[in-house]
Write a protein that binds this ligand. Structure first.
Ligand SMILES: Cc1ncc(COP(=O)(O)O)c(C=O)c1O
Length: 453
């Protein structure tokens, strides 16, 4: 690159004017070279999901790059505020992935600040095996015991009739995801948690924008439990490349999440700020000398799971588009559901959970007797339609579980996982993301018919 070319590019300009010029150019670049919307031809690859963005995301990203703050900064603060307002919750902590969000949500419940209710190694956490591994990974890594319940079809949601059988003197929490955007039976799970004094963590990574009505009040999923989590990895409902969030209305849980996210520290100074609370040198903590610098007082053994301000900058722009993303996901789901209505003899199709309006992550299909999933999936993939399994299928069948002698006896199953096994064998899903077009949806439906012939 010829740097000389730009040597005098900003001659006579203020920094604000120079920045405006660069942002203008970056946006024009995005308009010209990104989102080329190539004409679709039948047989072209149809991904199950992808990023959907425009010059606003590019502009924010470059703006943040020019600032070169890099770590959490003003865009992070703005995203946390905007996202909390969207969700209708008090506290949001931006993190670097949905898996980190799950790790923090779970580890927050192990904090000594929670007294009797803290989760200790050996305590039990009710969950399901039909899903994504990092909903369960923190439980296992900490040495708590995941207790796996079966799920129901067609939605792969927790079999709530097994909840009472799962309880033991050691049960402390329920941690489960809303599968592919379709809420689990929140009424039953919440009532169960309240009855037994259990924490509820909603893994909301695949269900941002889904709503559920409980006792006449309609709210977004992720806001019914004690803690909710989101993922902003590209296929998800909105993206920052990598990113995630933990949210709660509970000020103590929020403080713990922040502490664990930010190295375990007690102090709440944002990056680059000192003495935010005005009491940096006058506290008494643990057995430290009085007045020990609060910036280096640790109330937990934590991590550093912050996202960068560049990720947050992209998120701020994505969040503005989110209502339209959500509308499109619902519309695409309805299209597929109608287009496949005559296949009920061969495919079990998803149904919106009672009292819910899902913001679908994907369209889950379970083949019925006489149809082989492998053949259907291969036909679709060979004809350009990208498919996905329901993540782990049955988590307990994976080498991480079966081939680690240390884990023997460190998890339990309540009854059997027969429907989970069926999902592992017979289910798959295709996309409904906002970048789909009617042409692509129609083609996917056509291939799902054709492969039966
Ligand atoms: C239900 C669920 N939870 C958690 C995650 C992890 O999110 P991330 O990829 O951002 O770590 C995923 C990922 O797709 C997921 O589907």
């Amino acid at each position: 690159m010829n740097d000389q070319l730009f040597e005098n590019a900003f001659e006579g300009m203020s920094e604000a004017e120079a920045r405006e010029q660069i942002l203008g150019a970056a946006k024009a670049y995005c308009r010209k070279y990104h989102n080329q919307n190539k004409e679709y031809h039948e047989g072209d690859r149809i991904p199950y999901a992808s990023r959907v963005y425009d010059e606003e995301e590019m502009g924010n990203l470059v703006d943040s790059a020019l600032e070169f703050w890099l770590t959490a900064g003003r865009y992070t603060q703005q995203f946390e505020k905007d996202f909390a307002a969207y969700l209708g919750v008090k506290y949001v902590s931006l993190v670097n992935s949905g898996s980190s969000a799950n790790l923090l949500a779970f580890m927050a419940l192990t904090s000594p600040l929670l007294g009797e209710r803290r989760i200790l190694p050996g305590d039990e956490v009710i969950t399901v095996a039909a899903g994504f591994p990092t909903t369960v990974a923190p439980v296992i890594q900490y040495g708590a015991i995941p207790v796996f319940l079966d799920v129901k079809l067609p939605n792969a949601d927790i079999e709530v009739s097994q909840l009472e059988d799962a309880v033991s003197g050691k049960t402390k929490a329920v941690m489960i995801a809303h599968t592919l955007g379709n809420p689990f039976d929140i009424a039953a799970v919440k009532a169960f948690c309240e009855k037994h004094g259990l924490w509820l963590v909603e893994d909301n990574c695949d269900s941002l924008g889904s709503t559920y009505t409980l006792n006449g009040e309609t709210k977004l999923t992720g806001t019914f439990g004690d803690l909710g989590t989101s993922s902003f990895y590209p296929p998800h409902h909105m993206t920052m490349g990598e990113g995630g969030a933990v949210y709660t209305d509970n000020p103590l849980l929020s403080r713990i999440v922040r502490s664990l996210r930010d190295w375990g520290r007690d102090c709440i100074c944002p990056p680059g700020r000192d003495n935010f609370c005005g009491h940096r040198y006058d506290g008494q903590f643990g057995e430290l000398p009085k007045g020990y610098d609060h910036k280096y007082v640790y109330s937990h053994f934590g991590y550093n799971l912050k996202a960068t301000d560049m990720q947050a900058a992209v998120g701020v722009a994505q969040l503005k588009k989110f209502p339209e993303f959500a509308r499109l996901r619902r519309e695409h789901f309805t299209y597929l559901k109608e287009a496949l209505a005559d296949t009920e003899q061969y495919y079990m199709l998803p149904e919106a959970a009672e009292n819910s309006d899902p913001c679908w992550f994907g369209f889950l299909i379970t083949v019925k007797e006489g149809v082989e999933r492998e053949k259907v999936v291969r036909y679709l993939e060979d004809h350009g339609v990208q498919t996905r399994m329901l993540f782990a299928g049955n988590l307990t069948k994976h080498p991480a579980m079966t081939d680690d002698p240390y884990l023997a006896g460190k998890w339990r199953v309540v009854k059997d996982l027969s429907t989970t096994d069926r999902i592992m064998r017979d289910s798959f899903w295709i996309g409904v993301y906002p970048g789909m077009t009617e042409q692509k949806l129609a083609y996917m439906a056509k291939m799902l018919h054709e492969c039966l012939e």
